[in-house]
Design a protein around this ligand. Structure first.
Ligand code: GDP
Length: 313
């Protein structure tokens, strides 16, 4: 991810870094190059605009940094603004005063929620927590089994509705106004959180159903689950490969379930990276984690400053 963008920006900065004097013309040319590079990387237009106008304002202002030559100063400004677009500070999970901390996962089908549940569980376990996963994705018949496999691989227990134990699990039932499902995900989510409390688990991660596209029924289901379990964190998982629609999808989930943080998945892919660079700014919510592969350990805390350096170096 970002290889192309990174190469383009490196080239843009190459001649600027050595400059003892930077003219307004140099700044304007640099900003034009950055603008084209960002648009080519699929970064959303409002984000590109906000970014380039902030860089222009600061670069043409009387900002003097003793230790840097003017060319380096412009590069520093671009770096600072990129960190800002990516959310500024690193933001980690907020744990509940009274455990369990409830983390709900939301996002489109295929975005990487179930895989993430295992990764997050594994990571939390390494930090000394006692997580449990809850299978409240009852939309697809094999989603429960998939979470059980993921949990086993991560060494984290899974609460799943057993066939026969949950009303309607065996047969597709109506959920809400017309959604077909394999049981009532709201009851399962609630029961899972209760079970985690009974077992004195300190974090519970609730996997929920996704759809292939934004869908009001899905959003309602996610909202119903959220209202029933009052999560401390709602993490919106987004596939960084989806390109321009990322912004629209993120906005729909921000409005629909009001998530608290973003997880970028599939950052290991070779997509252009615009989604990753747009969602934090557009939704105003921090990117908290990145998923970088199919294995349990392909997971990291997202640091805006490190990501900016990775793009610009
Ligand atoms: P869900 O429908 O949101 O639960 O998505 P899944 O967790 O089932 O993931 C969908 C597909 O994407 C699966 O084939 C995963 O193995 C794959 N996947 C998930 N996260 C990543 C990632 O970070 N990188 C790559 N390359 N593949 C991923």
């Amino acid at each position: 991810m970002f290889n192309n963008l990174s190469d383009r920006l490196t080239l843009t900065f190459k001649h600027l870094r050595g400059k003892g004097r930077v003219t307004e013309k140099d700044v304007n040319q640099t900003i034009r190059d950055i603008r084209v590079a960002l648009l080519d990387a699929d970064v959303a237009l409002p984000v590109v605009r906000a970014f380039t106008s902030a860089v222009r304002e600061r670069a043409l202002g009387a900002e003097v940094h003793e230790a840097l030559n003017p060319g380096q100063q412009v590069v520093k400004i671009v770096n600072d603004e990129l960190v800002g677009i990516l959310g500024g500070q690193t933001r980690t999970l907020q744990f509940a005063k009274n455990p369990p901390t409830v983390i709900m996962l939301a996002g489109l089908q295929g975005s990487g929620k179930t895989t993430l549940a295992g990764k997050l569980g594994h990571w939390l376990k390494q930090q000394g927590h006692t997580p449990m996963l809850v299978a409240a994705d009852l939309q697809r018949p094999n989603a429960v089994t998939q979470l059980e496999v993921v949990g086993e691989r991560a060494g984290v227990p899974v609460y799943a509705p057993e066939r026969g134990n949950v009303a309607g699990y065996d047969a597709a039932v109506e959920y809400g106004s017309g959604t077909r499902g394999y049981g009532d995900p709201v009851s399962v989510a609630k029961a899972g959180v209760e079970e985690a409390r009974r077992q004195q688990r300190d974090v519970v991660i609730v996997d929920t159903a996704g759809r292939l596209a934004i869908d009001m029924e899905l959003m309602k289901q996610a909202r119903d689950i959220r209202d029933a379990i009052s999560p401390d964190e709602v993490l919106f998982v987004i596939d960084a490969m989806i390109g321009q629609v990322a912004v629209e999808t993120a906005q729909a989930f921000a409005d629909g379930v009001d998530f608290t943080g973003v997880v970028l998945s599939k950052l290991d892919g070779d997509a252009r990276g615009g989604a990753a660079l747009s969602v934090a700014h557009v939704t105003g919510k921090p990117i908290m984690f990145a998923s970088t592969g199919e294995n349990t350990k392909d997971f990291e805390v997202f640091h805006p400053d490190r990501m900016a350096s990775r793009i610009l170096d």
